[in-house]
Design a protein around this ligand. Structure first.
Ligand code: UD1
Ligand code: CA
Length: 470
């Protein structure tokens, strides 16, 4: 059996370049695309094919790229000097060793490639027994891409933009850079590349003409959707691609039963889940590993990071919630800030201008306005009045505040930690509490009021006229 006829494949992803056109200190494939490093996309596409091996060619910031892909079953090869895509592919040969079959080669900056296109490409090569099958795409504005030069409708060669003459530049059929080689032909042709071109680089694209000259077979498989095969070269391309991915995710959520009022301003990372009948207003960002329950409403201008939001929670406008849990039926915001390790129970109320950090609020506890709760363990059914502050920091360490079930903290209170307010206890409004309040007692710590009767009348008595200074 000809091993080239099996569907076995290896994938080679070229990701060694700096990405000069990004004008960045960071290697291009490390740039974040919709919440994850660019390089994860082409690797995930490859994984969907269940290949024998995925080889990633690294160079610029190789260590960081390796680190980012730590959890992926890929093999790395190093391209120390970036001497072109053909040269990058050469570095993968040793890792391919004597593999016989399909070798898919594509670029780390092409991140939306549909797996179906790759499968079609493999089938196309096998069906025609070609040495190379490559995808081509039609673009209204082909600038920047290698152009497909055909003669008698057959593909003849690829000419790079920088080497193209004016007529060739008119060609709208482009090379998206997605190739399926017969392994043996790849080995053979890479040995014949030269760098005699405008950029003095070894172009992988020259393989087309060289293979043909060697009497080998090259076929073109036309892609159905060019928009998924575009490379990311500049930050403008990056924004265009991100837009496509964000919208794709929004669409997916909508199909799963989420109402998104303005999909164009909805941004969800790939590790976000959202329950049915959740309603999302414009301008909402969901990052990291975030779980949103069923029937939740998230109003405008909110960002939620690495958090779990229970069913039927209402998040009113303009909240920032990170690394926190919110129980079912709770209302948060507007303008609330839940910082790391905040655990809000069910049917609570965390209202406007309330900041919570590393604190636990039991079920049905309410803190409706203008409050800071830090390092506090608060029971259930507690009422926290407006302007309450847990003074958790003494300049050296963070100290805890404990508030028992059913306690009532009057407005404008300062609870100087470490301090404990007992179950069912009251703190009088405006108190500065420095000592524990026993259960079911009243803690009051403010100066006594004195009323001075008639004071206003005395104050308003006519003053003797001042001498005219003029
Ligand atoms: C390349 C193609 C062009 C095609 C376009 C599609 C070549 C010569 N040109 O051009 O025909 O239309 O992609 O997007 O192949 N890389 C390395 N080592 C190198 C050089 C590049 O690993 O020495 C990697 C880069 O990291 C990148 C990929 O190869 O991920 C493509 O390189 P890039 O410079 O973006 O090529 P284009 O100019 O876009
Ligand atoms: Ca590119």
């Amino acid at each position: 059996m000809d091993p080239g006829r099996t569907s076995h494949c290896c994938v080679v992803i070229l990701a060694a370049g700096q990405g000069t056109r990004m004008r960045s200190r960071r290697a291009k494939v490390l740039h974040t695309v919709c919440g994850r490093p660019m390089i994860e996309y082409p690797v995930e596409t490859a994984l969907a094919l269940a290949p024998e091996k995925i080889i990633v060619v690294v160079g610029h910031e190789a260590d960081q790229v390796r680190k980012v892909l730590e959890a992926f079953p890929v093999e790395f090869v190093m391209q120390t000097k970036q001497r072109g895509t053909g040269h990058a592919a050469m570095q993968a040969l040793s890792a391919l060793s004597d593999f016989q079959g399909n070798v898919l080669v594509y670029y780390g900056d092409t991140i939306l490639i549909p797996v179906e296109d790759l499968a079609r490409l493999i089938r196309g090569r096998e069906r025609t027994d070609a040495d190379l099958a490559l995808l081509t795409a039609w673009l209204e504005h082909p600038a920047g891409y290698g152009r497909i030069v055909r003669r008698d409708s057959k593909i003849e060669r690829i000419v790079e933009e920088s080497d193209a003459g004016p007529e060739e530049k008119e060609i709208k059929e482009v090379n998206p850079g997605i190739y399926c080689f017969r392994a043996s032909s790849l080995r053979e042709v890479l040995g014949c590349l030269s760098n005699k071109n405008v950029q003095a680089e070894y172009y992988l694209t020259d393989a087309v003409e060289l293979l043909r000259k060697m009497g080998k077979k090259v076929v073109a498989v036309t892609s159905t959707g060019a928009e998924n095969l575009l490379g990311v070269n500049t930050r403008v391309d990056l924004a265009d691609t991100e837009k496509r991915i964000w919208l794709r995710r929004a669409r997916q959520f909508m199909l799963e039963g989420v109402t998104i009022l303005h999909p164009e301003s909805f941004f969800a990372s790939h590790r976000v889940t959202i329950g049915r009948d959740t309603l999302i207003y414009p301008n909402v960002v969901l990052e990291g590993t975030t779980e949103i329950g069923e029937g939740v409403t998230i109003f405008s201008n909110t960002r939620i990071v690495d958090s779990r939001i229970g069913a039927h929670v209402r998040i009113l406008d303009s909240c920032l919630i990170s690394e926190s849990d919110i129980g079912a039926g709770t209302t948060v915001g507007p303008f609330a800030h839940l910082r790391a390790h905040s655990q809000i129970g069910a049917h609570c109320r965390v209202g406007n201008f309330v900041e919570v950090k590393k604190s636990k609020l039991g079920d049905k506890t309410k803190s409706a306005h203008l409050t800071y709760l830090g390092d506090a363990q608060i029971g259930k059914d507690v009422n926290i009045g407006a302007g309450t502050i847990t003074c958790n920091y003494d300049g050296f360490t963070k100290n805890p505040t404990f508030i028992g079930d059913g306690a009532f903290i009057g407005s404008g209170s300062e609870l100087v930690a470490p301090v404990r307010i007992g179950e069912g206890a009251y703190v009088a409004a405006g108190s500065t509490i420095t000592e524990d309040v026993p259960p079911r007692s009243l803690g009051i710590a403010r100066s006594q009021q004195a009323n001075k009767e008639g004071w206003v009348e005395k104050k308003k008595k006519p003053q003797p006229a001042k001498a005219n200074k003029k």
